[in-house]
Design a binder for this molecule. Structure first.
Ligand SMILES: [Mg+2]
Length: 437
């Protein structure tokens, strides 16, 4: 092989769309009074999560405290995050892109990947023009601007969309990757964690290009593990990372979250809060006559970082004890001693209708059937006497302390001082879908 980048330009054509100042732009779109003004979202947490261009121009940036922002930008309008509205716009974005190709990955609340391989024949135009067409459609239909990147894989598409922000379109064919990679710090490559990039720097690797130019032997000697080998392959133009095209929207997902005040580092308490969400989600699934095979849970820390895991059952169920068992077994992979947690969340995914669940040959369904009679009784009692009349012991701690927590929380809420420029809005317990660490 003469050059590491000699693979054909686009054996696969992957695009990445990234909303520009997404949250702040949605706010300006919904409230015309905010247009043309410096707008910052994240008022409820005291630090900026998204900034309009007017605010960025004044030198404000993400993560900056509202106090600092007000110093440099006294006219700033601070709003509380409205994740319900942002996710409605996100859904619209996914569905617009899906009208061009079914292979869309809903990557985050303002980003998605799409596989447009083969669409050249359909539209009689090159991939770059197809990307432009989708980008224009997003702008026209949503009134929001998106940066777009086209590449032979997800890693290069993501580098491409970042290249010209806002509203840019960058195309990185495999054979030209080196031109772009030389300016990208290795730590800024998608999927490179902080510790890995430190390790790379120790090995003398500072840019994405330096990493891509290493050979198999170098990877071997320096014990580069699979996820980073995959990145290495993609930086060289290969296609490894598949698109996760399962949509939460099309099959539906059931999510329950719970925020508690004050935050807690008590393992039993946090687990119990999670158990309460598991029960809630499973109860809803049974009410809707559906079962789920996969689930995920997350813990949110006091400083608003998220950690979580996705787990899978051998067959679809709506029995909280099965999910509880699964979550308990993996809980300590996520829970860290001494860390203060403020919320938990649990989501059921891969949902199927009850009647569509086939009996398996391994006896799991039989075991599940016996249990479901207990659940029927429980649902019957809760229906008759009000929800949560009967619940599982696993969530007892959360419920017992729950009332006291709620009261304290209500008191704090009443005492909370609203800044004069902050828009009053009900704060929602919807997790930030964009960052999961
Ligand atoms: Mg964005």
């Amino acid at each position: 092989m003469s050059s590491p980048f000699s693979i054909r330009s686009f054996p696969r054509a992957i695009v990445h769309f990234d909303g520009d100042s997404f949250f702040a732009s949605v706010e300006q779109l919904m409230n015309h009074e905010l247009r043309g003004k410096p707008v910052v979202t994240g008022g409820e947490r005291g630090a900026a999560t998204s900034l309009s261009y007017e605010a960025k121009q004044m030198g404000a940036h993400r993560g900056m405290s509202m106090r600092e922002i007000k110093k440099i930008c006294p006219d700033v309008v601070v709003v509380s995050s409205d994740y319900t509205s942002y996710s409605i716009y996100a859904r619209r974005m996914y569905s617009i892109v899906r009208s061009f190709t079914p292979d869309v990955e809903e990557y985050s609340i303002d980003e998605c990947f799409a596989d447009i391989t083969g669409l050249r024949q359909k539209y009689h135009m090159p991939y770059e023009q197809i990307t432009k067409m989708i980008q224009d459609k997003l702008r026209a239909d949503l009134g929001l601007s998106f940066s777009a990147g086209l590449g032979p894989n997800k890693s290069l598409a993501k580098i491409a969309s970042k290249y010209r922000k806002p509203a840019g379109l960058t195309c990185i064919p495999a054979k030209e990757a080196h031109v772009y990679l030389k300016d990208v710090r290795v730590g800024n490559v998608w999927g490179m964690g902080g510790s890995t990039s430190l390790y790379m720097q120790k090995l003398g690797i500072n840019t994405a290009l330096e990493f891509a130019q290493q050979d198999e032997h170098w990877l071997e000697v320096n014990r580069i593990s699979k996820p980073y080998r995959d990145i290495w392959t993609e930086l060289r133009g290969g296609f490894v990372k598949q698109l996760n095209t399962a949509s939460d929207d099309s099959i539906g997902s059931i999510m329950k979250t719970q925020t508690f005040t004050p935050p807690s580092s008590d393992r039993a308490f946090v687990l119990s809060q999670l158990a309460r969400n598991i029960e809630g989600a499973c109860s809803k699934a049974r009410r809707h006559g559906v079962r789920a095979r996969t689930c995920s849970f997350y813990l949110k820390t006091q400083d608003f970082t998220y950690a979580g895991l996705s787990l899978e059952l051998s067959l679809p169920l709506a029995d909280p004890r099965e999910f509880q068992r699964l979550v308990e077994a993996e809980f300590d992979r996520v829970f860290k001693e001494g860390v203060l947690y403020r919320a938990t969340g649990f989501t059921l995914r891969s949902i199927t209708a009850e009647h569509a669940v086939m009996n398996d040959l391994f006896g799991d369904s039989e075991r599940a059937e016996t249990k479901s009679r207990i659940l029927e009784t429980l649902d019957g009692l809760n229906h008759k006497f009000g929800s949560n009349t009967v619940h599982f012991a696993s969530s007892f701690t959360a419920r017992k302390d729950g009332d006291a927590h709620q009261e304290r929380r209500a008191l704090r809420a009443r005492r909370r001082i609203t800044l004069p420029i902050e828009k009053k809005r009900k704060s929602l317990n919807i997790p930030y879908l964009g960052i999961v660490r």
